[in-house]
Design a protein around this ligand. Sequence first.
Ligand code: FES
Length: 202
Amino acid sequence: MSKRMFASTQFQPKEFVFNRENKFEEERIIAKYPIGCQASALLPLLDLAQRQHGGWLPKIAIRYVAGLLDVSEVRAFEVASFYTMFNLSPRGKFLVQLCRTTPCWLRGSDELREACAGHLGIKFDETTSDGVFTLVEVECLGACVNAPMIQINDDYYEDLDPKRIVELLDSLKAGVSVNIGSQNPCRRFSESAAGLTTLTDT
Ligand code: FES
């Protein structure tokens, strides 16, 4: 798993508050939970704060969310530092999360890592000098059926090989739209790429 380190002081902003739009979203999220159980909104509000702050959570934002929900700061820090979907330091425009758990590994995640690292010129936990890509290693993302796969920002890209992953990275950088999901043209969603094999008639 990638390192979980808070950004150094020079990157930590002095202030954080939800903008006007996210204040409405904050109220909408908190209203989903019974009165007295607002602490349950910790995860979605940390996520909201991360999205507002360009994809990572500064310490001041974690404290801000803890204050909104009246939970202890240490509890909010525990949650933010435990879940790997929360980024604790600045990241590139595209966060490339490469799954290396067993099904993806058996299906070629090592070759994907070499292709990504070689093409981008970075190692895990590093960001390209132009600030476009950050590469991290993650555990199973739950799409093993179409292994090997990566997540880039909020989207999954599956059935990858080294050539296709390089094409994807280049397209994203160029602002060209790319298909999400399986990159195997023979596969629909997570169905067998060879077509139906059972329940083929009524
Ligand atoms: S092992 Fe990679 S998605 Fe499950």
